[in-house]
Design a protein around this ligand. Structure first.
Ligand code: RP5
Length: 151
């Protein structure tokens, strides 16, 4: 595959299973991606370095998955002007409402586009749609995908 266009960052290895629907969809659309496990509170320097250099590395969109006090997407958005899509993880304590509200309630000025709790497939589709605004190959892929879905 060519250079990654989407950066997928997970707050924990425990988010990997849910995020497989995201990576599978990206692979189906043939969107190259890179994946990093780094937590905003356990590895803040790693998150800073990765997010701060994302655009220079050629990434066009970032997908950030995290659970509980899910500040990862917001922290990533602080370090880049790339669009950031947050995926709130379902949690055992509050069912993912904790993750959802932590992500979706970003104060004005630092947006995070937030999909549904465990909505990792939609994050991949949305990321591809953003890339498709300037890449006609992916536009065709998405048109076909929509047609197939309606069958
Ligand atoms: C967050 O806390 C992660 O994104 C994960 O969803 C949640 C629990 O992490 P682990 O304790 O399973 O590593 O940082």
């Amino acid at each position: 595959m060519s250079e990654p266009l989407v950066g997928v960052i997970l707050g924990s290895k425990s988010d990997l299973e849910v995020m497989q629907a995201c990576t599978q969809q990206l692979e189906e659309f043939e969107v190259p991606y890179e994946l990093l496990v780094a937590s905003a509170h356990r590895n803040p320097d790693k998150v800073h370095d990765w997010a701060g250099s994302a655009e220079q590395r050629g990434l066009r969109v970032i997908i950030a998955a995290a659970g509980k006090a899910a500040h990862l997407a917001g922290v990533v958005a602080a370090y880049t002007t790339l669009p950031v899509i947050g995926v709130p993880m379902k949690t055992s304590d509050l069912g993912g409402m904790d993750s959802l509200l932590s992500m979706v309630q970003m104060p004005g000025g630092v947006p995070v586009a937030c999909v549904a709790i465990n909505g990792s497939k939609n994050a991949a589709i949305l990321a591809t749609q953003i890339i498709a605004t300037s890449n006609s190959n992916y536009k065709e892929t998405l048109v076909t995908y929509k047609k197939d879905m309606a069958k």
